[in-house]
Design a protein around this ligand. Structure first.
Ligand SMILES: [Zn+2]
Length: 472
């Protein structure tokens, strides 16, 4: 293990240290580049993360635990890319892991490490996915599991922890409080540490997503990644960088980090660094609970990785979550959790900001399944249940969302129609008329085109509607 700050090297041991004992810099595992060079590229079908053991810290093969994690598809876009005129768009679908999130990769590696050192108990502070995975992977190994979770957590993830027989302790509001709680405990020596931010093996497990994408689709130009602690983005950077150092790829993809507009500490940090004004409406009231982190441990490092990759950041409006989940299902057949809906929602925004270059190969990372978030389930069930007012409100919400997305340039009725398949152009104009009467939108005539813009009261209604819709 190498300290990323003072570069001092330490032996890989049983007690997982995540910070350098001397300078408190983050610790980092350095794999042997020769073995990466020799064993990569892999065959395109990956059995599980142990196919990448040549790039992991040494763990005795008798302890390699797997539930078939990894090897998830990297799917070429079926419809959405073509609609937007993006030539090469892919979705890396991590919802297809055993407990429906990318965190199964981490659980496989961490629990194997815990087993190899004969730990009988593990502890994990997380905002859900990691906790659910760790609970699943300990359940068959005869290892006890204690999950420290915050109040704000997707019920589906909590239910997974309980179903897999984990003990739960509720601490604080967000995952920051849960991590603080663990850091303050003095006597945890009998527990193996599974908190992602406090175990550097998490980076090793998550970097396999980068390895896999390269073996699946070859050279990649840009990857869109949701950011909570920033660790996933750093892991991907590490993976791509190792492949570059081993001469497997010649350049690393531009990394684009995505957060919600109401909780975007890393986005703001990056903007400040670039000399722009950060967004200042951080209420942390995001529905993307999987990436709701107030003080991300990997913030500085994530900013450095984005910068080095020549990537960028984007904060996506909270009110796009539902419509993005819906659009992703309709176009690609992928059911994503709110955090990943943000990465999907970011595609259109990035396109409007001219971030993509011609012929670029772009991958949007889908981290986990929408089945874990009750908010999503309620909203979707309400769509079929209510044929009357409910669906009318949802259609208006979608139209308002589309107009709000193109707030500066404005949008025509025909453009809105392109994003909404199930509704006629005439119906769209009827909705536009009604929205205009209520002064939620305004219009400007530009030659033959009529462009629609959202008003301030339109923005307020949009935010409120997105929350209210779950009550229909
Ligand atoms: Zn150090």
């Amino acid at each position: 293990m190498t300290c990323i700050k003072c570069k001092k090297e330490f032996e890989f041991k049983s007690s997982i240290e995540y910070k350098c004992p001397e300078c408190k810099g983050l610790l980092w595992f350095k794999p042997k580049l020769d073995s990466i060079k020799e064993k990569f590229p892999l065959k395109k079908i990956v059995n599980n993360i142990w196919d990448y053991k040549f790039a992991f810290p040494p763990i005795s093969s008798g302890f390699h635990i797997t539930r078939g994690e990894g090897g998830t598809p990297c799917l070429a876009s079926k419809k959405f890319g073509r609609k937007l005129g993006i030539e090469y768009l892919y979705f890396k679908d991590e919802s297809q892991n055993p407990t429906n999130s990318f965190k199964d990769r981490c659980a496989a590696l961490l629990i194997s490490h815990a087993r190899s050192w004969d730990f009988k108990k593990v502890i994990c502070a997380s905002n859900g996915n990691q906790g659910a995975s760790v609970a699943a992977y300990t359940s068959t190994e005869g290892i006890g599991c204690l999950n420290i979770i915050p109040e704000k957590i997707d019920v589906g993830k909590k239910a997974q922890m309980i179903a897999y027989n984990s003990d739960l302790k509720l601490v604080g509001d967000t995952v920051d409080d849960a991590i603080d709680f663990i850091l303050k405990q003095k006597e945890l020596t009998e527990y193996y540490q599974c908190t992602p931010e406090l175990n550097p093996l998490t980076l090793e497990a998550e970097k396999t997503i980068a390895y896999e994408m390269i073996s699946q689709i070859g050279k990649i130009d840009l990857v869109i990644i949701p950011m909570g602690s920033g660790q996933l983005l750093v892991s991907l950077w590490k993976g791509f960088n190792e492949l570059k150092d081993a001469n497997v790829i010649s350049t690393i993809p531009k990394l684009v980090g995505v957060q919600s507009q109401v909780s975007s500490p890393i986005v703001n940090g990056f903007l400040e660094f670039k000399g722009y004004n950060p967004t200042n409406n951080e209420t942390h009231n995001s529905l993307a609970l999987g990436i709701l982190v107030k003080k991300p441990i990997y913030k500085e490092l994530a900013i450095r990785c984005i910068k080095e990759s020549k990537g960028t950041v984007i904060a996506v409006p909270e009110n796009l979550i539902l419509s993005s989940i819906d659009e992703l299902i309709r176009n690609e057949g992928i059911f994503a959790e709110p955090a990943s809906a943000l990465t999907f929602g970011a595609i259109r925004l990035l396109l409007q900001k001219n971030i993509f270059e011609d012929h670029e190969k772009i991958v949007c990372l889908i981290t986990a399944s929408g089945l874990k978030a009750p908010y999503v389930l309620e909203a979707i069930s309400s769509q079929t249940k209510t044929t009357g007012k409910g669906s009318i409100i949802i259609t208006k919400l979608k139209i308002l969302s589309q107009i709000s997305l193109s707030s500066i340039k404005g949008i025509t009725g025909t453009r809105i129609k392109e994003t909404m398949e199930s509704i006629s152009l005439a119906a769209i104009y009827q909705h536009l008329k009604e929205l205009e009467t209520r002064e939620l939108i305004s219009r400007i005539k530009e030659g033959k085109k009529v462009l629609y813009f959202i008003t301030d009261s339109g923005k307020k209604v949009l935010d409120a509607l997105d929350v209210l819709i779950t009550l229909l």
